[in-house]
Design a binder for this molecule. Sequence first.
Ligand code: GRG
Length: 295
Amino acid sequence: MKAPFALDTYLAGVAGRVEKELRAAVEAGARAGPARLWEAVGHALLGGGKRLRPALACATAEAFGAPTGEGSLALRFACALEMIHTYSLVHDDLPCMDDDDLRRGRPTVHKAFDEATAVLAGDALQSLAFEHLLAAPSSDGRPALLASLLASGATRMVEGQSLDLEAETRPPGLDGVLDLQRRKTGALLAASVVGGAIAATGGDQGLGPAGQKLGLAFQIADDLLDLTATTADLGKRAGKDAAAGKATVPALLGVEEARKRADDYCEEALQAFAGLGDRAEALRALARFVVSRRK
Ligand code: GRG
């Protein structure tokens, strides 16, 4: 019988390669720029996290036979994704947004530094993502395609955040919640998968819809964890959606139905990956992890 895929080992491998490249980018910034700003960027970027988006990008690139080691375009894109994701977390935690003290088990950037530094660290992370990606050596235009994909994902994410703020005073129905989540979280998750394909082949390989399903599955799983997990498990404040009376899929449909929806979306994504063969083993394991994770 075939041994189950060692996902923990795979995730640790991606995290190790990504963190080495992220650390080098922060150190380069700190050599030339203001110490306090780059310390805050480092606090945010090198402070843990599952590195799920980088792993999805690398696993998709590998499914098409591309390298994801040091110096590869896929790894560079994975790091740019993590920079954008981290900027969104830093800004989302600010007092004017979610006002959170804890992120990835550590004080949020505005708590460890100050509010203005947190705004600037998020801004720097956003532009650094594109600077880093577009520094890739290439003669075939793939870095530009990836930058365009990443920019669209980041714009959709901000739209989602804007809809989320509106929802506090005008709670949306299920379609509204799904639209919001497709943008806020789904777009960057989808870009992770599509970008992996572009880094490997120069094209999206029709993976956009599967990436979107995975994004929705991720957000529903996140909303379920907010209801069921502890702050210690999550490394961020648990139970805040229910406390805020937030419209989420579990709040609208109930826990059981929400879990079923997340599983169905995951299954649909898995079907899209079915034709990719053995090289997509990591990608399939990650898709299952999106809904089975405990943090
Ligand atoms: C403020 C510009 C701006 C955007 C905010 C995506 C987003 C929009 C905010 C993030 C806040 C949040 C908690 C969203 C819910 C889903 C999510 C992105 C969870 C965190 O992602 P994980 O679980 O985190 O991949 P780690 O720490 O593992 O990287």
